[in-house]
Design a protein around this ligand. Structure first.
Ligand SMILES: [Fe+2]
Ligand SMILES: [Fe+2]
Length: 360
């Protein structure tokens, strides 16, 4: 088995080579999760003399691009992609997927748009700019730090196991990590949260409960226990029967036990908070979750946040039994859960803000 040094883990996460050989990870960076590429549209001005402008689709406040900058974008069928993070050989594949993902959506014709009038759906795509997170030093440093601590504790096997997970679960683990870290980043950026009228005190009080190392540890490894689930159940293209469902639920305990064994020998295990959230990521505020049917008051913020981001990522991803839902559909499902009291509406609202949807 490949030895998972921090460098190898990082390269698995960041290297384009890995994306090339792993279709699922490519799709993680493409429309199957509808969350990564920056799309630009070409906008003609009513004034014929004015230059054509290219603007990022998801953010009308952003500066339009100059023609010079456009040269650096990948283009297929009048879609323009920021391909800084993606090898040009993959642009065709990714563009194709983008087009497919738009095909069946409710489509309107945004004013002033030409080429896109038939292609763009009437929602603003999930605009988490993953490349920004990829290059965030604090993100990389935190992962390096975690894997270094693993090596001191002699649990390199955790990283090895993570890399060996099936591609869907690996992509989900990474995707959930990015989305959750993005939430933390949002609360750590006054220029972003002030625009959404989130008070400083609220942002600060939430941040205190989301230490970056605990957050990344719990997100990366929350579904590690799926290595122990029968692949026929894990990848079943239909609904699980009750027995299969019970088996599936055990992944949480397996993830927890994997590290619990290490904790026994190392009482000062540095990721206790994160480990608890791994165990609790399928609990809900109402007490209808598993494995312990805990209620809101018994659940730390990190567990309740991971519960939301985990669902969001799963809903917006393609699975053997379903297509990738749009961010809008995923959010409306989460809002139904909030109405039932399963998740906290205030927390959900901040999560939606962190996705940078327009005023909601
Ligand atoms: Fe899970
Ligand atoms: Fe999960």
């Amino acid at each position: 088995m490949e030895k998972a040094s921090p460098e190898i883990l990082l390269s698995k996460i960041f290297d384009s080579d890995y994306r090339k050989v792993s279709p699922t990870l490519v799709s993680f960076l493409s429309p199957d999760t509808k969350s990564s590429l920056v799309l630009y549209y070409r906008q003609s001005s009513p004034d014929r003399e004015a230059p054509i402008q290219y603007s990022p689709y998801q953010n009308s406040e952003s500066q339009a691009l100059t023609l010079d900058q456009v040269e650096k974008l990948g283009k297929v069928n009048n879609l323009y992609f920021d391909i800084k993070q993606i090898p040009s050989t993959e642009v065709d594949h990714i563009s194709q997927k983008y087009l497919e993902s738009f095909k069946n959506l409710d489509i309107t014709t945004p004013k002033g748009l030409k080429e896109f009038s038939r292609l763009l759906p009437n929602y603003v795509d999930d605009s988490i700019t993953l490349p920004a997170i990829f290059s965030s030093p604090s993100f990389k440093d935190t992962i390096l730090n975690i894997t270094e601590k693993f090596s001191q504790l002699r649990v390199d096997s955790a990283s090895e196991q993570l890399i060996q997970l099936d591609p869907v679960t690996l992509a989900h683990s990474l995707g959930t990590t990015f989305i959750t870290f993005n939430f933390r980043n949002f609360l750590d950026s006054p220029q972003l949260y002030k625009k959404r009228n989130i008070p400083d005190e609220l942002a600060q009080s939430l941040l205190v409960e989301l230490p970056p190392q605990q957050l990344i540890f719990s997100c990366l490894y929350h579904d590690l226990g799926k290595y122990n689930i029968d692949p026929d159940i894990l990848h079943k293209p239909g609904k699980l029967d009750p027995d299969e469902w019970e088996t599936m639920k055990t992944h949480v305990q397996f993830s927890y036990d994997f590290f619990q064994n290490v904790v026994k020998d190392n009482p000062s295990f540095p990721f206790q908070t994160g480990l608890l959230s791994i165990l609790q990521h399928h609990e809900d505020d109402l007490g209808t979750g598993y494995p312990n049917a805990l209620k809101k008051e018994q659940l730390p913020l990190l567990s309740r946040l991971l519960h939301i981001t985990d669902i969001y990522h799963a809903l917006t991803s393609k699975r053997p039994y379903k297509e990738a839902y749009t961010p809008q559909k995923a959010i409306s499902i989460l809002k139904e859960d909030a109405q039932k009291g399963k998740i906290d509406s205030a927390l959900l609202n901040i999560f939606i803000c962190s996705l940078e949807f327009p005023n909601k």
